[in-house]
Write a protein that binds this ligand. Structure first.
Ligand SMILES: Nc1ncnc2c1ncn2[C@@H]1O[C@H](COP(=O)(O)OP(=O)(O)OP(=O)(O)O)[C@@H](O)[C@H]1O
Ligand SMILES: [Mg+2]
Length: 547
C-alpha cells in the first residue's frame, strides 16, 4: 500500500469544496460585518459637505513688473497649487472666515478640522470644501472661505507693491513741495507709480472664485457604502478564516488522499443516513430502498461483486480505523442489498465489543456466534432468518429461529410478497475477554461452515486501530473492505490504518467512503454514467408496451 503525501495539484473544484465545507466561515463574517457597519453608520449624526472652486493663475510679480519670464514660474504646477492650498490653511484666514460666517459654535480649530483645500489634478483649480451638520452652514462657510482666500492671497501678493507705492507717493509729495513738479525726477516717480498700480491690478486677479458652492451633499452616514464595505471586508476575512481552518484541519477530505495512502479502490461513496433513520436505527435499504441513497448501497454491491470476481472471496469482513465510521450500517445495508439481488447471504456480527446489527433487524442479540462457538447452541438455531419485504414495506419482521433452507423467499406466514431472505447470526453472549475469544479456532470453523452454506458471508468487526480483533479475524475470512468516514478520518489515522492493513491476511477489496456530501455521492453515481435516476417518459412507454 502506497504511503506518502498526495502529489495531486489543487484544482478549482478543491477550492470550491473547501468553500462549501466552510460555508459558515464564508457566509458568517460578511453578514455580521455588513450588519455591524450598517448599524454603526446608522447611529452617526448626519454631516453635509459643500465645495467651492477657486481658480489660481500663475502671474509672477517679477514678470509682471519687468516683462521678463520669472525663473520661479517654471516650478511644477502641482507644487505651485499645493503651495496655494497650504496658504489657504492659514489659521489667520480661518479666523477671518469664522468671524465673517458667524456660524454658532464654529471655532477656528473646528473649522480647520471640518474644511479641506485640495488642488485639482487637471486644472489650476483649488477645491475648497467645508463640512457641517447643517447643509446651509456648510454652503455658507465654503463660499466665504473661497472669497476670503482670494482676498487673502491678493493681500499677500500686493503687500510689497503697496509699500513701494507709499514710498513713491511720499517722494512725489516732497518733490512738489520743493517746486520740482516739472522735473524729470518727478515724472519718473509718477511713471513708476502708475506702473506699480497696473502690476497690482494684475496680481489682484491671480486668484478668483470660479464656482460658488451650491447644494451641500450628505457625506455621513453612508449606510449603503459602509454596509457594502463591511460585507466585502467580512468576506475577505471569512475566506481567509475558511482556508486557515482548512489548513489546520487534519481531517482527510478527498478521495484522492485516501487512495494515495491506502492504495485501495473506492467501491462506493455513501452519504450520511437521514436523521430520522439514524435515530430509529433503521437501514436505508429497508426503510427507503428506492431512494437515491439506497442506490449508493447498490453501487457498493455491484462494485464488490465486480472486484470479487477476481478473488472469489465468500467470507468478507468490514472494518474501519476508528469507531463510529459507519461499518455496521454499511455492511447491514450491503447484506440486504445482496439478499434482495437473490444472493444467499449470511450476516455475522463479530463486533464483540459493541454488537449492533441486531438492532437494525429488531431481533435479540442472543443466542449468537459466541454461543455456537462454545457449542451452547447449534448454528442453525442461532441463525435468524430476516424476511425482506418488497420496497414499499417499511420494516421487516424477524422470522424466528427456524431452520428454513437458506435463501428461501417465503416468510413464516407463507405469503409470497417477500423480496429475499437475509440470514443473520448475532454476536451472542459476550465473553469476558473478547480479544482472546476471537482467537478460538472454532470461530474460523463456524465462518467456514457459513461460507459453505451461503454465496456470501458478511462479517462486522470492531475498529482496526482500537483492538487487535480485526487482525485476528482477518486470518479467518477471505477478504475485507474498509470504511473511511470523511468527517472522522484524520491524516495520521489514515497512515496508521494503511500500516495496520498490511498486517491483515485477508485480501483488501477496496474502501467505502462514508459521510460523503450528498451531492458528491450522487454526482459520482449518476453523472459518471450519464444516467438519470428519474424515469424517462419514453422508457416508461416502452416498458408499458412490452408488458
Ligand atoms: N454512510 C454513512 N455516513 C455517515 N454516517 C453514517 C453512515 N452510516 C452510518 N452512519 C452513522 O454513523 C454512526 C455510527 O454508525 P455505525 O454504528 O454503523 O458505525 P460503526 O463504525 O459500526 O461504529 P462502531 O465502531 O461503534 O461499531 C451512526 O450514527 C450512523 O447513523
Ligand atoms: Mg459497528
Amino acid at each position: 500500500m502506497a504511503e506518502g503525501l498526495p502529489n495531486r495539484p489543487t484544482t478549482v473544484a478543491d477550492y470550491a469544496a473547501t468553500m462549501r465545507r466552510r460555508k459558515w466561515f464564508i457566509i458568517g463574517p460578511p453578514v455580521v460585518a455588513g450588519l455591524a457597519a450598517f448599524a454603526l453608520s446608522a447611529t452617526q449624526s448626519p454631516l453635509y459637505q459643500a465645495t467651492a472652486k477657486v481658480l489660481v493663475k500663475r502671474t509672477s510679480f517679477v514678470s509682471a513688473i519687468s516683462n521678463v519670464q520669472d525663473p520661479s514660474s517654471f516650478t511644477d504646477p502641482t507644487r505651485f497649487l499645493q503651495t496655494e492650498a497650504s496658504i489657504a490653511r492659514s489659521p489667520e484666514l480661518a479666523a477671518r472666515v469664522v468671524a465673517k460666517a458667524a456660524v454658532p459654535g464654529e471655532t477656528v480649530v473646528s473649522f480647520l478640522d471640518e474644511s479641506r483645500v485640495n488642488p485639482e489634478s487637471t486644472a489650476d483649480v483649488l477645491d475648497v470644501s467645508v463640512s457641517n451638520r447643517d447643509p446651509g452652514y456648510a454652503e455658507r462657510l465654503a463660499n466665504i472661505y473661497a472669497t476670503e482666500f482670494t482676498r487673502y492671497t491678493t493681500e499677500l501678493d500686493t503687500a510689497r507693491i503697496n509699500e513701494t507705492l507709499r514710498t513713491l507717493s511720499v517722494r512725489a509729495k516732497e518733490l512738489r513741495a520743493e517746486g520740482a513738479a516739472g522735473s524729470v525726477a518727478y515724472a519718473t516717480v509718477i511713471q513708476n507709480q502708475s506702473q506699480l498700480v497696473t502690476v497690482g491690478k494684475l496680481l489682484a486677479d491671480n486668484t478668483s472664485v470660479l464656482q460658488q458652492a451650491e447644494e451641500a451633499v450628505k457625506v455621513r452616514p453612508r449606510l449603503l457604502r459602509n454596509g457594502v464595505l463591511g460585507v466585502l471586508l467580512g468576506g475577505l476575512l471569512g475566506v481567509g478564516l475558511a482556508f486557515l481552518r482548512e489548513a489546520l484541519d487534519r481531517r482527510v477530505r478527498s478521495e484522492h488522499e485516501v487512495n494515495d495512502v491506502l492504495g485501495l479502490a473506492v467501491l462506493a461513496r455513501i452519504p450520511s443516513p437521514p436523521r430520522k433513520l439514524r435515530k430509529a436505527n433503521q437501514l436505508i435499504m429497508l426503510a427507503d430502498p428506492t431512494s437515491i441513497h439506497a442506490e449508493t448501497i447498490r453501487k457498493l454491491r455491484t462494485s464488490i461483486e465486480f472486484v470479487n470476481l477476481e478473488h472469489g472471496a465468500r467470507t468478507i469482513m468490514v472494518t474501519s480505523a476508528v469507531p463510529q465510521e459507519g461499518k455496521s450500517t454499511t455492511i447491514a445495508n450491503l447484506a440486504v442489498s445482496l439478499a434482495r439481488a437473490g444472493r444467499r447471504v449470511a450476516l455475522v456480527d463479530l463486533d464483540l465489543r459493541r454488537p449492533f446489527l441486531n438492532r437494525f433487524f429488531g431481533v435479540r442479540d442472543r443466542p449468537g456466534i459466541t454461543d455456537v462457538v462454545v457449542n451452547r447452541v447449534s448454528l442453525a438455531d442461532a441463525i435468524r432468518s430476516i424476511a425482506l419485504r418488497p420496497a414499499e414495506a417499511s420494516y421487516p419482521e424477524p422470522q424466528g429461529n427456524g431452520r428454513r433452507p437458506p435463501g428461501s423467499a417465503t416468510g413464516s406466514n407463507g405469503r409470497s410478497t417477500l423480496n429475499g431472505v437475509l440470514e443473520f447470526l448475532p454476536a451472542g453472549t459476550i465473553p469476558p475477554s473478547a480479544g482472546e475469544f476471537l482467537e478460538h479456532e472454532r470461530i474460523g470453523a463456524v465462518i467456514d461452515e457459513l461460507g459453505d452454506q451461503f454465496d456470501v458471508v458478511l462479517v462486522d468487526s470492531p475498529p482496526l486501530l482500537s483492538f487487535g480483533d480485526v487482525t485476528t479475524l482477518s486470518d479467518k475470512v477471505d477478504a475485507l473492505f474498509v470504511v473511511v468516514s470523511l468527517t472522522v478520518m484524520q491524516r495520521p489515522l489514515l497512515d496508521e490504518l494503511g500500516r495496520q492493513l498490511e498486517n491483515c491476511r485477508a485480501t483488501p477489496l477496496g474502501c467505502v467512503l462514508t459521510s460523503v456530501e450528498q451531492h458528491e455521492s450522487y454526482r459520482y453515481l449518476y453523472e459518471a454514467y450519464g444516467y438519470d435516476v428519474r424515469p424517462q417518459p419514453k422508457a416508461e412507454d416502452e416498458l408499458r408496451q412490452a408488458r
